[in-house]
Design a protein around this ligand. Structure first.
Ligand SMILES: NC(=O)c1ccc[n+]([C@@H]2O[C@H](COP(=O)([O-])OP(=O)(O)OC[C@H]3O[C@@H](n4cnc5c(N)ncnc54)[C@H](OP(=O)(O)O)[C@@H]3O)[C@@H](O)[C@H]2O)c1
Length: 249
């Protein structure tokens, strides 16, 4: 058996990479955290659930004879990325991080350095908030007495702001649909992570059209010294370079 590629997934790019490697006949396992009840599954083999920290992942890499790791998790999954970097260093496996580029910044966007910073800035920006930072970030906003419309894939479980309406939905979204939503709830500020990509970017165009303010949470920095690429094609080129199973072209 040629050596195995581990993809840390949970993104469209991770699924595209898995599909490409499966097509090429490269042995690949995709790993999902198991957060979403009904996840979009990548092609090829899939494992679900945490590894048990850095030591757990390091043990998994050795036990499964993993030759290279592509961390294609969401740019805000910073704990997983930190663990992947530490585990790969500890057992000497090559790692590349695949993060799609952030959205091209627009004039007028307000930037927050973290979720907590966004919470501090928000009351000065609007009263009716469209909050799209994901289910696990809602508790951070729970103390704010603003009107929230929250959109997430699965129902939230932790604490929520007092005045909140939850919409369960999964992208991709259209500009027309997002415009309708902004109008229906008379939204005056949109909060988003700088996720990048086209699946969820329609809200930004709709906000521009509707004159809705946009508060963007910056990405957490990558660990020092880590190699990173922005496209699936670049990740495949990296795999060829590290000569994983001589990636059959
Ligand atoms: N954060 C976001 O905004 C966001 C948005 C869209 C999709 N996602 C996806 O959702 C997943 C969880 O994101 P998160 O921000 O909650 O992660 P996180 O805070 O960085 O990770 C927390 C823990 O979850 C486990 N984990 C995370 N990603 C995993 C994966 N792909 N495979 C196996 N275990 C994983 C690891 O547990 P152990 O320590 O036990 O190994 C990790 O230490 C990620 O796969 C990410 O790609 C996240």
């Amino acid at each position: 058996m040629p050596p195995l590629v581990l993809i840390l997934g949970g993104t469209a790019e991770a699924r595209r990479l898995a599909a490409a490697l499966v097509d090429e006949g490269v042995p690949v396992v995709s790993s999902l955290a198991g957060r979403v009840r009904d996840p979009a599954l990548p092609a090829g083999e899939v494992r679900i659930g945490g590894f048990g920290g850095v030591a757990g992942l390091a043990g998994w890499l050795v036990a499964h004879d993993v030759a290279a790791v592509v961390d294609a998790t969401h740019p805000f999954a910073s704990t997983m990325t930190a663990h992947a970097v530490a585990a790969c260093r500890s057992v000497g496996r090559p790692l590349v991080v695949l993060h799609r580029p952030g959205w091209p910044p627009e004039p007028g966007w307000v930037w927050a350095d973290s979720l907590d910073h966004a919470v501090a800035l928000l009351p000065s920006l609007g009263e009716r908030v469209f909050l799209t930072t994901g289910r696990t970030s809602l508790a951070a906003f729970a103390g704010l007495d603003l009107e929230f419309v929250v959109r997430c894939v699965d129902p939230p479980t932790g604490s929520l702001p007092r005045r909140v309406r939850v919409l369960l939905d999964r992208g991709p979204f259209t500009v027309a649909g997002e415009r309708d939503l902004l109008r229906a709830y008379r939204i005056d500020v949109l909060v988003t992570k700088d996720s990048g990509g086209s699946l969820t970017s329609a809200k930004l165009a709709a906000a521009r059209e509707e004159g809705v303010r946009v508060l963007v949470v910056r990405r957490p920095p990558l660990p020092a010294g880590v190699e990173a690429v922005e496209t699936v094609e670049a990740a495949r080129a990296w795999l060829r370079e590290v000569n994983v199973s001589a990636i059959r072209r």
